[in-house]
Design a protein around this ligand. Structure first.
Ligand code: CU
Length: 158
């Protein structure tokens, strides 16, 4: 019994690996989708993915949807010496042969007007919408509030 609980403790203490989730449509691959759980009362949350365009045409991430709230695309920029978020109203270009990473402090998906908290324990369903590839449903791995990017299963070339 003690042996089993030791194993279990070791397992629980290990960083949670993110399943090698890859959603594809056309030439687009969506890797490493993750978000953070939100504290009570939070109105917004951020979401992050890596988008690889293996095709020969440029595409554009134009928006998305999620049951948790409205989806916007944001970037960060310095305005009057202060780092601020700015909506990417024209979306985000995904050039052919390139990998575009959405991550904290840079381009990101923003969940606004949250209908409820983003909770841990279950992946968050999100649909990303691209100009050419159309809608791509993904599930974002949820880490605790403020936690860094989760460890990912090794993915070749990532
Ligand atoms: Cu934002």
């Amino acid at each position: 019994m003690r042996f089993i609980s030791t194993i279990l403790a070791a397992f629980l203490a290990a960083p949670l690996p993110l399943a090698a989730q890859v959603a594809t449509s056309g030439g687009l691959e969506i890797h490493k989708p993750w978000t953070r759980a939100t504290p009570p009362g939070a109105r917004t949350g951020g979401g992050f993915v890596v988008i690889r365009n293996t095709g020969e045409e440029s595409d554009r991430l134009t928006g998305g949807s999620s049951p948790v709230g409205r989806v916007e695309l944001h970037t960060m920029e310095i305005s009057d010496g202060v780092m601020k978020m700015r909506p990417l109203t024209d979306g985000l270009a995904i050039p052919p042969g390139e990998t575009v990473e959405l991550k904290p402090g840079e381009h990101h998906i923003m969940f606004v007007d949250l209908a409820g908290a983003i909770g841990q324990g279950e992946p968050l369903p999100v649909t990303l919408v691209f100009e050419k590839a159309g809608a791509i449903p993904i599930e974002m791995f949820v880490v605790p509030p403020g936690a860094p990017e989760p460890e990912h299963d090794s993915q070749k070339g990532q």
